[in-house]
Ligand binder design. Structure first.
Ligand code: C2E
Ligand code: MG
Ligand code: MG
Length: 636
């Protein structure tokens, strides 16, 4: 008898330790955890009941012995049933399982439970004789139920072969094998009560096979990490639960780290995670972004009020640190997958940052439409790149005083079979945000290299064709080698293309940008600063980047037609010339504007006054460019 109790005590200790770990460590609050918790409770309680049953056997009153044994049997045989549900959940089969199938899975246990509950009347499962527990004639049924559940688990595993990971597969196999071995030992020799012990071993295996705390939590704030966020969102969406997501992005975290030190930055994140975590389930992704999942039917304005009440400054180590943040709220009803929800959240955070009004943005239908349009444009760019649907047009750039064409800007055009013409401002922005800009840029350059390999632009007095190079392309490690390889491939002097660069917020590292451009400059590449006077163009980029031409944005001419403003522009051009750079003014549509530009001393003019961007053939004709007869390499 002592032998048996030793197994039971070990089972109890193992399950208590496993459950303590499970409850104290970060874990996903999902259905798998709930089922694991249920199994843990059963596995912890059954050794206690069994020890009690053994203890009172032959000593207690019949009614007590019967009650304890009934509870023990009910709990013990519930275990394979709950485990079958756990394995269904683990293999992703529980979601979407119809109610009648759920009942079917429970049938063997319900039958056994009915037999156990009625055994005081029937003596079929067990009965008490002279104060001692005796197995009944139908005790075999409970063993059969165990075997049925084991068979069911094998079927689930086989039917989900493609969708389970190796870890999940071996977990399920181990659980089945352990249960069957324990069952056969106990069936052959009832003295060895090892089923409870094997259940405790299964509990450990299940715990180990679950995502470990480090796999699901963010080390600093102990909130969920990206993969945990995806799991939670996927589960809630699949189960059609209604929830809101509050996205919170700390805008200047890098600045806080640099100015106040990393400890202050960490303190800020910890403080925000505590505050945000009070509203719902919290995840931190990309370092400075938090997602708060708020369940239930709370009015959205309550979440708005909460987001607006979040601290704008924080007192850390004698500093009053400002917390710039972007806050957006999404409603789960609009989303069918976690991927789309997260992508939409990133899009909305970017939108909110662009609006820059420091107001919590609640995603509405208009924003959703805008997002889907963006997705369509993304698909269109992908199609265009793979099916070679990008067309190029060329806009002449003329000498401001002689009107002769001295260069041209190559501009990309996209007419999609589904969407029709898409404006470059729209598709270039989408390409930049989605990483397609590298392929698009290559596509654009190939067309220009091809033109340059076939036509003699220098013979027509044209010095170069300008190609827009996105700042994302500029910071690529291999940008120079790639471009040199392309030029060589077409047998064209790489100096026939000049690159127009616009500084954008997308430049992750100004140092890398400066390094790459300066390195390329030594190989003879030319760079023009595009869209000067707008957005992110700054004095520091003029000084640190090797620009030989500055292109004044088309908005400048519109703004500076008034005498005083014009004078300001004129006075900035003088020093630029002194610095050795030439000036192009863009967007010249009228002779008056052209005259104004000349009065400021600009060198070149680009605009509809001279020509709109032209298709290749029209441009060649406009600029009197001839074909290269012998297709020899053009030299400078
Ligand atoms: P950008 O590089 O500043 O190009 C000049 C834009 O001004 C072109 O717009 C051109 O059509 C327009 N423009 C020229 N003259 C006039 C004028 O007199 N009046 C007015 N209102 N507009 C004029 P587009 O073609 O729509 O291109 C917009 C932007 O898209 C470009 O601005 C450039 O930043 C980007 N882009 C276009 N093609 C490419 C490309 O191949 N690669 C990259 N990375 N960006 C491109
Ligand atoms: Mg340009
Ligand atoms: Mg421009």
């Amino acid at each position: 008898m002592g032998y048996i109790v030793n197994y039971e005590i070990s089972a109890f200790i193992i399950s208590i330790i496993t459950m303590t770990y499970f409850l104290l460590c970060p874990r996903l609050k999902n259905r798998q955890s709930v089922l694991f918790f249920a199994i843990g409770i059963i596995v912890t309680v059954i050794p206690v009941l069994n020890i009690s049953a053994i203890f009172i056997d032959g000593k207690g009153q019949d009614i007590f012995i019967t009650a304890v044994n009934m509870c023990y049997q009910l709990m013990l045989h519930m275990l394979p049933c709950v485990m079958a549900f756990y394995i269904l959940e683990l293999t992703g089969k529980l979601t979407g399982l119809k109610y009648r199938y759920i009942i079917t899975v429970a049938v063997p246990y319900l039958t056994v439970a009915a037999l156990i509950c009625t055994t005081p009347l029937t003596d079929l499962i067990f009965f008490i004789k002279d104060g001692y527990y005796i197995s009944g004639q139908l005790m075999i049924v409970v063993y059969i139920s165990y075997i049925l559940y084991a068979a069911l688990c094998v079927i689930i595993l086989l039917s989900s072969a493609g969708s389970v990971t190796v870890k999940q597969k071996y977990t399920v196999i181990a659980l089945i094998v352990i249960q069957l071995v324990a069952l056969s030992i106990q069936f052959n020799n009832n003295e060895y009560q090892v089923i409870d012990f094997s259940a405790a071993l299964s509990l450990i295996i299940m715990y180990i096979a679950m995502q470990s705390p480090s796999e699901i939590s963010d080390p600093l704030t102990k909130s969920y990490n990206y993969s945990a966020l995806v799991s939670i969102l996927t589960e809630y969406i699949n189960r059609k639960k209604h929830f809101y997501v509050l996205g919170y992005s700390v805008n200047e975290l890098r600045h806080v780290n640099e100015v106040y030190g990393e400890l202050c930055g960490n303190e800020l994140l910890l403080h925000m995670s505590r505050t945000l975590g009070s509203a719902g389930e919290l995840a931190r992704i990309y370092g400075n972004e938090f997602y708060v999942i708020i369940k239930g039917d709370i009015p959205v304005n309550k979440i708005y009020e909460f987001a607006e009440s979040l601290p704008k400054t924080l007192h850390i180590k004698n500093y009053e640190i400002p917390i710039g943040s972007t806050r957006v709220v999404l409603d789960s009803v609009h989303f069918q997958s976690s991927e789309v929800l997260i992508e939409f959240m990133e899009f909305t955070i970017r939108e909110s940052k662009e609006r820059g009004d420091d107001k919590t943005l609640i995603a509405d239908q208009e924003l959703i439409r805008k997002y889907y349009r963006r997705q369509q444009v993304k698909a269109a760019v992908t199609r265009a790149v793979s099916d070679n649907l990008i067309n190029m047009v060329y806009q002449p750039i003329v000498d401001a005083y002689t009107g002769e064409v001295v260069a041209a800007e190559a501009l990309a055009r996209l007419t999609d079979p589904v969407l029709g013409p898409v404006s470059p401002t729209e598709f270039i922005a989408v390409a930049e945000q989605s990483g397609l800009i590298l392929e698009l840029g290559k596509c654009v350059r190939e067309k220009v290299w091809k033109l340059l390999s076939e036509y003699d632009i220098r013979g027509a007095g044209i010095n170069h064709i300008s190609v827009n190079l996105s700042s994302i392309e500029c910071v690529q490690k291999t940008v120079m080698e790639d471009i040199l390889r392309e030029a060589k491939c077409y047998g064209v002097d790489h100096r026939l293309i000049a690159f127009e660069v616009t500084e954008t917020a997308a430049v992750a590292s100004k140092e890398i940008l400066a390094f790459n451009l300066n390195m390329m400059k030594t190989k003879g590449f030319e760079f023009h600063l595009d869209d000067y006077g707008t957005g992110y163009s700054s004095m520091s980029s003029l000084i640190s980047l090797p620009f030989s031409v500055i292109k004044f944005d088309k908005s400048i001419i519109k703004l500076a037609m008034e005498p005083q403003r014009g004078d300001l522009v004129k006075h900035t051009i003088g020093p630029m010339h002194g610095y050795g750079v030439k000036i192009v003014i863009e967007g010249i549509e009228t002779e008056t504007q052209a005259e104004k530009g000349r009065s400021w001393g600009v060198d070149y003019i680009q605009g509809y006054l001279y020509s709109e961007p032209l298709p290749k053939d029209a441009f060649l004709e406009y600029a009197c460019i001839k074909k290269i007869a012998d297709k020899q390499l053009q030299t400078v």
